[in-house]
Design a protein around this ligand. Sequence first.
Ligand code: SF4
Length: 371
Amino acid sequence: MSIQDSIQDGTLRSIAGKVSGGVPISGDDALYLLKSPRIMEIGALAHSVRTRLHGAQTFYGVNLNLNYTNICELRCPLCAFSRDAGTDGAYTLSPLEVEAKVREAVINGIDEVHVVGGLNPALDLAYYEELLRAIRRAGPDLFVVGFTATEYDYVARKQGLSVEAVLRRFAEAGVNALPGGGAEIFDPAIRQVIAPRKMPGQRWLEVMRTAHQVGLKSNATLLYGHRETPEQIVDHLTRLRALQEETGGFKAFVPLAFHPANTALQANGRSQDGFSDIRLYATARLFLHNISHIKALWMYLGEAMAQILLDFGVDDIGSTYSEERIVHAAGATTEPSGSEARLQRLIRTAGKTPVRVASDYQPRSARKPAP
Ligand code: SF4
């Protein structure tokens, strides 16, 4: 019996028919999935797509997280990481400090550096380029995932350059791809509450379009679990799917579970729960038919939920992320970094095959799993 035949609910059965026939599901379908309690049937459908695309392969990375400065002009209410210049805990790493950190991480066997930071008015183009060259000196073969769309927009405006010019200069200095941060949620009303000074969602999409046009691939994110509605999630996914139709530049979709501790939104808490986590990832797998990978960051969700999601449409559990600061500043209780052996074990005990990759999804040599 096919999954479609086993589904009792009529709307779900019709969605299953589209999925098995390779027909993109509609925004209304996605909305239905996000509101449905039938997570096992939705999960089976999402898992069938994940298996068609990737079999049992489950991707993970070994990387260094490099938050070069936490000084930021915007001080978004959603953020627990940023500081005002000159206040307690504010910092900026010099390129030499960055080089030393990367050298140590290279000795420990990383494949990739993930570089993001605040919008620090004291930094100019020369700083960013020197920072990238320092990373390249320390690890010429590293894959460098560098700077959110928000940072590119900021540097371009401050330096009087086009975003395209900044993207090209940073690529020349060492950036291989972009992370997906800064998207938050595109809906302007909710963005006004959680990140009122951040550039609009439309601008995030324009920066990503330009990045893809100059040959830099990226991830796409969604910050969820604050106060968004299912309708706002569908709107966000619809805009990502449309841009992907145009450019094909998104490698992975990465939902980010909101952590409110130490943020200005702390009093409202977080709104996600187990069912809404599962529905979101599974719906994303079904709706974003044109984005190859769905990534569940163990560090945001906890190892147990990230592992369960491998049967609900997810094919990538994230990376070791040594020195992660952003989500831990907001109260994440997971370890500040994972070991490769631990990630391999999580994947294997879920009955999947671990594949070590960088953000280009090209296989890298894995260490032998622990006995
Ligand atoms: S979320 Fe990003 S842009 Fe907003 S305050 Fe934090 S570091 Fe700055």
